[in-house]
Design a protein around this ligand. Structure first.
Ligand code: SF4
Length: 702
């Protein structure tokens, strides 16, 4: 490691991976980050996981894009066919002026010929708040509509939809660190040991001091060793299980009548609805014994203070919004919200998915979740922007834009720091769409699978090369600072977006992210009392009640930002997964992340340590299932759904139930999303990544 004298500089910044938002110190020698150390940030107190500690060297990988690129006229047809180590077969280098002119002209030409809606945008939860704000502004101001989205659509859109509907705000009601004030915590549909590892350390500490941890997941995830109750329920049976727990609370009079009367509405409807969901009736549906459901109900309702954490196992279903509605109702009926050690916490995935959503990178909302359909809201923004009005219609989501390309309406896209050619469900359908685009501008740090389809590629910066702010799962706004310069001619994303905006005719004059942050604060109440200058010296949790208030770790103690200050019970009924296993596809496919690899793998698979630990794609199955298939761990399997097939190595894992197969989605050579079902939740429009009917067979049998 060495001491500080061994490094040329040390820079404080934020880990670029998950939503925990660990503060890091970056030790730099000869223009390269050599070592990363955890700092005493509010979310990590010096801790880091393997990704934050060792997964930094991707920023120096030889595949980094260093020059703007334009597709060669003699390039082969668009497809997933570019070698990221040798892009010259498909692209030629260009100057920034030529590439930006080309990018802007392609978009404006199509917009003028066919209307502004011809051009859609995907921004990024990997970029800063300021970059996300500029991106949505460019689409809205430049092209007059709201067809702009980002990966929140693929992770917690249904959670946000239920939270806005029922408590009036899409963010967490309490930081995860509040677990230290709780007696009981539920963790459902989340695997924090792998996906939010530093948050998981707080959960483990909570159990060490006697806290009761109730883990609910179809997979026996890593926290099971620490759980007082482990409910390995049937995949897709969330609503039946949660309603049975709430039905017990009603039946045994364990609810908090005083809280319900003071702070909620629609209780009588919820209570009547739950009468149909007794634990005895639900047990065969969810696969958990009635007495266990009753015990969990008594444990949660009887706690002095209790919290609920959830992940994408809850949200990525066609009934994802209903799942979250149940969790919200459970907290409301027991009064487990608004006090220290209580609350609702959807564990946000990407390092800045909270901030990018707050900044308006969503087709139905402007910054701070203000509706695009509200004339006064739009006017407040156009007054600040000095521009004309834009559409009051909600825009298209990620998967709707892909369908809109196939329908021949969307003809051009600007994609910044997202990799939908790996992350979208039924990804072959998405790849075909990107190949059809007449003009695709991709701004990224690597030649991602999506960049394979680009007409022009703009080389961008990694987080450790840029200035700006990010907001973590705790609503904590933190400053990121450049430790090293971007390679070659690569530039910071905000600066590229500004130059592109000018070329499509917008009068943008920003010269530094602090100016963008100041503009955001004009129309974002969540940023009241938070300034760039404050963030240079401290982390601030929003809402902050005064210029010296570090922010509110727990919110809604005195009511909710809804009519009459009341939260709402919205009853949820059982909705089956979109496709059920049958004779042709008898098993259940579920997808997710691994500890070592981040999302589509573009960064972590280029990190030497992480790639050495998890070098190959693998599918996890129960050892008994592998025995039934007649294969050993390490053998190749063929997985087939109604969308397509992949071949992938088998891994034995007792945590996976015998009727399931788990596939991480980081590996292009065995892309899990070739298999996934694009059916979406009707409210959050999130795809059902967590449930598809699949056939599993030895690859050699084909
Ligand atoms: Fe980074 Fe998340 Fe690990 Fe912290 S827990 S080091 S933010 S990946």
């Amino acid at each position: 490691v060495g001491d500080s004298a061994d490094f040329d500089s040390e820079t404080q910044s934020i880990c670029p991976f998950c939503g925990v938002g660990c503060q890091v110190s970056l030790k730099v020698k000869d223009g390269r980050v050599k070592y990363v150390e955890g700092l005493n940030g509010p979310a990590n107190e010096g801790r880091l996981c393997v990704k934050g500690r060792f997964g930094f060297d991707y920023i120096h990988h030889p595949h980094r894009l260093t020059r703007p690129l334009i597709r060669r006229e003699d390039a082969p047809p668009k497809g997933l066919n570019v070698d990221p180590g040798n892009v010259s077969t498909h692209f030629r280098e260009a100057t920034w002026d030529e590439a930006l002119d080309f990018a802007a002209h392609g978009m404006t030409r199509l917009a003028q010929a066919h209307g502004g809606k011809t051009v859609a945008g995907f921004g990024s939860a990997k970029c800063t708040n300021e970059e996300a704000y500029l991106f949505q502004k460019l689409i809205r101001e430049g092209f007059g509509h709201n067809n702009v989205d980002h990966c929140t659509r693929l992770c917690h859109a249904s959670s946000v939809s239920a939270l806005i509907e029922n408590v009036g705000s899409g963010a967490v009601t309490a930081t995860f660190n509040e677990i230290e004030n709780a007696d009981v915590a539920i963790v459902i549909g989340a695997n924090p040991v792998e996906n939010h590892p530093v948050a998981a350390t707080y959960f483990k500490q909570f159990t060490k001091r006697g806290g009761k941890l109730i883990v609910m997941d179809p997979r026996g995830v890593g926290l099971r060793r620490f759980a007082s109750h482990m409910l390995q329920f049937r995949p897709g049976a969330d609503v039946s299980m949660l309603n049975a727990i709430m039905a017990t609370i009603v039946e045994e009079n364990l609810y908090d009548q005083q809280y319900i009367e003071a702070f909620t509405e629609n209780w009588e409807a919820e209570k009547a609805h739950l009468a149909d969901f007794s634990p005895e009736k639900m047990a065969p549906i969810c696969g958990i014994e009635a007495e266990v459901l009753r015990d969990v109900a008594r444990t949660f309702a009887g706690a002095r203070s209790a919290m609920i954490f959830w992940g994408m196992g809850v949200s990525q279903h066609v009934h994802g919004t209903d799942n979250s509605r149940c969790l919200i109702s459970l907290a409301l009926m027991t009064g487990q919200i608004g006090r220290p050690g209580t609350g609702l916490h959807p564990l946000r995935g990407q390092n800045n998915v909270q901030g990018a959503s707050d900044a308006g990178l969503i087709p139905m909302f402007l910054p701070d979740y203000q509706s695009v359909s509200d004339d006064n809201v739009r006017k407040a923004f156009t007054d600040v922007w000095g521009s004309g009005d834009f559409s009051n219609e909600k825009g298209l989501t990620v998967t709707e834009i892909v369908d809109d390309i196939h329908a021949g309406n969307t003809r051009a896209m600007y994609i910044q720091g997202e990799n939908p050619a790996m992350s979208d469900p039924d990804v072959d359908h998405a790849r075909e769409a990107f190949a059809r685009l007449e003009h695709l501008v991709v701004q990224d740090i690597f030649l991602t699978e999506t960049a394979n389809f680009a007409d022009v590629i703009l080389p961008a910066s990694a987080l450790y090369e840029k200035s700006g702010t990010v907001s973590n799962t705790n609503r904590q706004v933190q400053m990121v600072r450049p430790a090293v310069a971007p390679p070659g001619d690569a530039r910071q994303d905000w600066a590229v977006t500004v130059d592109l905006a000018r070329r499509i005719g917008l009068n943008w004059t920003y010269t530094h992210p602090r100016e963008i942050f100041a503009e955001m604060a004009l129309n974002m109440k969540s940023l009241d009392n938070i300034t760039w200058e404050r963030l240079e010296v401290e982390t601030v949790t929003y809402p902050s009640l005064s210029p010296t208030d570090p922010g509110q770790a727990v919110v809604f103690g005195d009511g909710f930002p809804r009519s009459r200050g009341r939260a709402r019970f919205t009853p949820a009924s059982i909705i089956a997964p979109n496709e059920a296993p049958d004779a042709d596809y008898p098993m259940i496919l579920t997808t997710g992340r691994q500890l070592e690899h981040w999302h589509t793998g573009s960064m972590t698979r280029r990190s030497a340590v992480l790639d050495a630990v998890e070098p190959e794609a693998n599918a996890s199955l129960h050892p008994a299932t592998l025995r039934d298939l007649g294969v050993e761990p390490g053998a190749m399997l063929r997985l087939t759904t109604r969308r397509g097939s992949i071949e992938i190595m088998a891994r034995a894992d007792r945590a996976v139930s015998p009727d399931m197969v788990f596939v991480p989605f980081a590996y292009v050579e065995a892309a899990a999303n070739i298999l996934t079902n694009p059916a979406v939740d009707p409210y959050g429009k999130i795809p059902e990544f967590k449930f598809a009917a699949v056939k599993v067979e030895p690859a050699t049998a084909i």
